[in-house]
Structure formats: C-alpha cells, structure tokens
Ligand binder design. Sequence first.
Ligand code: ASP
Length: 592
Amino acid sequence: MENQERSMGCGQVPKEFVGKKIQLAGWVHRRRDHGGVIFIDLRDRTGIVQLICNPDFTAAICMEQAHSIRSEFVIFVHGSVVKRGDEAINKKIPTGSIEVYVEKLEILATCKALPFQLDEADKVDEELRLKHRYLDLRRPEMHQKIKMRHDVLFEMRQFFNAENFYEIETPILSKSTPEGARDFLVPSRLAPEHFYALPQSPQVYKQLLMASGMDRYFQIARCFRDEDLRANRQPEFTQLDIEMSFVSEDHVQKMSEQLMRRLWKKFLSVDLPETFEKHRYDDVFKKYGSDKPDMRFDMPIHEATSLFADTTLMFLKKTIDKGGKIGALLVKNRSFARSELDGWVNFVTKSLGAQGLLYIRFHEDGTPDSPVSKFLPADFFSQAQKIYKDLTVKDTLFLVAGEYQSAWSILGKIRLEMGKKFELIDTSAWNIFWITHFPMFEWDEENKRWQAMHHPFTAPEKEWKEKEPGKVYARAYDLVCNGEELGGGSIRIFDAETQSDVFEVLGMDKAMVQDKFGFLLEAQQFGFPPHGGVAFGVDRLIMLFANTDSIREVIAFPKNQRGICPLMDTPSSVDEAQLKDLHIKIVSKDKK
Ligand code: ASP
C-alpha cells in the first residue's frame, strides 16, 4: 500500500465520518471469525474501533491475510466508515456506533504466541510482566498510568514555570552526598581508582545553585539509593526537587501547599485545605508512635507507666527502673477471642521483633482478665480510668514496655495494623499535614555517634550550641498524607562556621570534612544566600492519583523486588576488556 498515513487514531473515528473513506493502523486486540466474515477490534493509544472483513467488500488477497491474523499483529487498513445497526451499537466504547468496512489490509508486523494474554495480565506473575514489559505496557490500563505520570509531571512544570522557577538539571555522575543510604558507585576510566557516585538526591547541587543566584530552582530528578528493597522501594526513583533563596519555612511550605492543592484538584477533584495543619514531631510521636502517622483514625497511645509504679511483675519493674516507659493502646468495645489475642502477641513479637505485648481485658465487675491478672492491683480498672476516661469493661488494653523511642514505635505499628484490621480508617478522607520541629541529631547506638536526622545541611534552631545535641531541633519539615511521607525539606545552613560545627557534632574529623565537603565550606564563604527547599516523591504521588498500591505500576521500566530488571537482565556481568579499561579486577567470593 503506497500511502500509509493514518487518518486518525482508532479510538477517534467520529460518527460524522459515516460514508467516508478512512485509513487506520494499530494492533489486533481481538479477532473473531463469523462464518467467513472476520471481525477485528483494532487498538492503538487512542482506543478501539471495530473492523469488518467480508468478501463482499474486502479484496480477495486481503481476505486471505485477514484469515491469518492473530492477536497483537500490527496492521494497516483502508476502508469506509459505516453506521452500525441499532442492535449492534456498543455503548462501552466511543466508536461504538460505527464500524469500518475494510477494503484493503496489510500486515505490518506479525506476533509470536504471547507469553501471557494481555487482558489476563492481572493474573500472571509480575516477573513475567516485567520480562515482557513492552507487552504489559501495551495494555490500556498501563497506558492510563503512564499518561497520568506524564500529566502530573506536566502540571508540575506548568506550576513552577508560572511561579518563576528555573528547571535545572544537575549531574548524574556526581560525588557521594550523605542522605542516609549507600551510594551506587561508577568507576572512572580516566581517573583510575576513582569513582563517581550516583546522586542520592541533588541536595548539594541545588544549594550551590542558590549560591549562583538562581533564586528558584526545581527539577524532576532521578535519585539513586542502594538500600535493601522493601515493598515500594526502587533503587532509582524520581523526586520533585525544589530550592528557594531568601525564604523561611513558611514560604517553602506555602509554595508546596499551593502545588498540592492544584494536583489534588486536577487529578482527584479534591479540595485540600487552604493551609495545612502543622504538628510538632514530639507531639505526634508521643501520640501515634510515628513520624508519619495515619490520623484518619484516632486510637492514640497513652503513657501507662504510673499504673505500674509498684508492680511486682519483674519485666515491667526492670523496664521502669532502667528509665523505660509503658505505653498503652485502648481498643474500644471489641470482644477478642483468645486465639485472636495470641495472634496479636505473635505479630508483635515475630513481625515487629518486640519483646512482648501485654493485653488486659476486664470481667463484668471490672476485675482484670489477663495472663498477668494476679500481678495487677484490685483497683486496676479504676486506676486505668484515670488515663482512659472512657474506659469500660467491654474494652481491651494493649501494653508495650521498653525504652521510649522503640516502645512507642512498636505501639505506632500495632496501632496502624489495628486501624487496618478493624477498619477504623476513613479511606475516603485526605489527611494532609506538616510535621515540624524534628530533632536535629539522633544517637546511633551501634556506632556510638550522632547522626543527622534529615541531612547535615539542615539548619539547626537558633540557640542550638547551648543545648545538648539530642535536644536541638532542626528547621526541617515533612509533608505527610494518609500515613505516608510525601516529602520533606528544610531551611539550610548557609555559613561555613555553622556547617563545620554540625560536621563536628557528627563526628567527622577536619580532614574528612575537607575531602568530602571542602567545596561547600568554601562556597559558603563567597556570599551564600539564606535558602531552603523541599523534595517530594513523585512516584508515590502518582501512585495516589492512579490509585495503585505498587510503585512498579507507575514506572515504565521498574526493577523487581530484588533490584533486577528482568527485561534486560540488569545488573549483568561485563567483559574483561571493559574491566581492564577501568582497572578493576573481580575477586569472586569463592576465590577469596
Ligand atoms: N534532599 C532531601 C531528600 O532527598 C530533600 C530536601 O532536603 O530538600 O530527602
């Protein structure tokens, strides 16, 4: 066929075209043979249209071709648009009131037996889908997700353009910056024995761009972190990275709120509040045992240490003597079977790795019903009512004892699990808020040193040098939505002195600081403006908008849960010559 230009997309044939000649191309979605008349659903990105091949109007040679056609062949057709009879109208597709009578047909590409039927992809092993990702992506459901991704990125770009931000790309071959994960390293051929690191985020570059007077920067940036892979983690992921000069926390937060309001409105038809609530980290952690609590349901943690001040229960007494605390969750009005309670104990000890979970139920008369009943005072119920004013004998208390941070983290996880199991979460709600006043430093017990809770470029509060490191607050903030962290950022350090002091608290000696961050300290002495920023996880945002639980559904070519790309079989070995160029010798494990 000479002229192979399509008249339009398959899903775009309008009913006004009835009686007109048309040229279409696409994939054979379905083919049915009705006694010598062949029906083909032809598909492309725009949708589906029905074709009919019939010896009455289809050239004989093309009829032969039509018989040989199978699913996912690529074909090109010439035909006429015909109105369907009333009984044959398909209301499910936009082209359902017409069909195309094929006059000429050409097979542009055949298709081998498919590894899985595209309309059954939901039922096949994800590994198989990833191995043939181009087929998987051919499905209309996947097209929608990829289109959603495009739309979200485009919306972001429009927003920042209107707000006078510059989109600036920063290097992929860069130097290691500490964002808390391991770096992916790239050996240098030109500088033997030296390595680039793939950026864990563009953090330092975006700060340097502020030093360059760029004022407002954003980037849809790829970040690389070599971490153990959990369910929704990818070794490379995308961040919306933002930095602004001459700003306070409020400016950055306001800008982020405007963006989120716009995205929620556009992609979910939801009006988020004009300004988002702010909660201090300490308050939130005390109440929910998490720095990203799901506040769509209540069930707060209460401290119950005082109830056990005179306890004879050895493990509780020991915890209290060591300065530990006891936290309690109250489950209202729910009768637990014994096996169910054992299940919760199991979950806490096995899945959460905690030492134990104590539960206390009550008899009608208020006496405790618990494996530790005989250690509890007779008036336990009325004592407990001082903590939980609305406690009744129909309720159950769950207690965890231990060092505050770890006990409360465990309670936070139990709370979340119970919220899900007992269906306490209002899944129609959008609960979005900032967490502020994070601790600047956390004690790393294993390595016996202070670590930056965010990153070492975060500005500490004003009078920080007069406080112990563990009591210093950072000018950092996270945005949390429905129990997920959407992103986080901070006001940054912009003077070399504070930056050096922070490095010192983190236990970095001068030589190491010079080697790793000498360039930053130097830049901070050449007129560095005050600045701050934030970064949001783009993949996670798109997951929310596309209503999917898996990050791999919104990335065109994701890695599997072991960090492998089954399509290209990456990572893979390389040949000797390449290694030689890089001055690298593989020492295989068994040769050691
Ligand atoms: N670079 C930080 C991160 O990736 C975000 C920020 O502080 O802007 O977590």
